[in-house]
Write a protein that binds this ligand. Structure first.
Ligand code: CA
Length: 227
């Protein structure tokens, strides 16, 4: 049975999450302060952490940073506030695995928890290129140039596949628009950086939900795919 730690100071949110996760069959422990949460987290007994950013005692970012510095590899999903993109990027830089934006749907959060738990269970397993890989709501076969969203085939252009594949190979790393232009269009013909942005918009439509963004814009640099 999986153990999940919730670190959240809003009582209604904390109680709601705890009840729902317990209903789903998870063992749940909670903390309503950052410092207290870090103490529990460093016991290493949890399979996953839901971590609010704005917390008394110690911010979620510091909890994340200190846990990682202390060698704690427990997956962390940040609970961030809407519109704080910088927070999300920073959180991921500090070692968080994923984030949801408040207010999020419970279904979306539960799906993300399952994806992360499944991924950490098969550590080191690199998906075979023939297999479908999950990116947000999209399942993609890069070999077969096929994509599905909730069992329904999704039409994607060759270039969209190639851009997504490039981002996927570099998941978690920032890639510049120039990198994408070089790798996907090559040296012969290069459209403007604006074209890349347009493709990214189209990819986001296929991958993301309002609650979760997988292709993060890193202002002035480029993009980063978060799995
Ligand atoms: Ca809070």
């Amino acid at each position: 049975m999986y153990k999940i730690l919730i670190i959240e100071d809003e009582r209604a949110m904390l109680t709601g999450l705890r009840d729902n996760l317990e209903f789903e069959g998870y063992l749940v422990d909670t903390a309503d302060r950052g410092d207290e949460g870090l103490k529990k987290l460093t016991t290493g007994e949890f399979d996953l952490v839901l971590l609010d950013v704005m917390l008394p005692g110690m911010s979620g970012f510091d909890v994340c940073k200190k846990a990682r510095a202390g060698g704690i590899e427990t997956p962390i999903i940040l609970l961030t506030a809407r519109g704080e993109e910088l927070d999300r990027v920073l959180g991921l830089e500090l070692g968080a695995d994923d984030y949801v934006t408040k207010p999020f749907s419970l279904r979306e959060l539960l799906a993300r928890i399952k994806v992360i738990l499944r991924r950490t269970k098969q550590t080191g397993a690199i998906p075979s290129p023939n297999n479908l890989v999950q990116i947000g709501l999209l399942q993609v076969s890069f070999d077969g140039y096929e994509a599905f969203r909730e069992q329904t085939p999704v039409r994607m252009s060759h270039k969209e596949f190639e851009i997504l594949h490039f981002l996927y190979r570099n998941a978690g790393r920032i890639v510049s628009r120039d990198d994408i232009l070089d790798k996907v269009w090559g040296m012969d013909y290069q459209p403007s950086a604006r074209t890349v942005d347009n493709f990214i918009v189209r990819l986001r439509d296929k991958i993301d939900t309002p609650d979760s963004q997988h292709i993060v814009t890193v202002h002035g640099i480029g993009y980063k795919l978060i799995l």
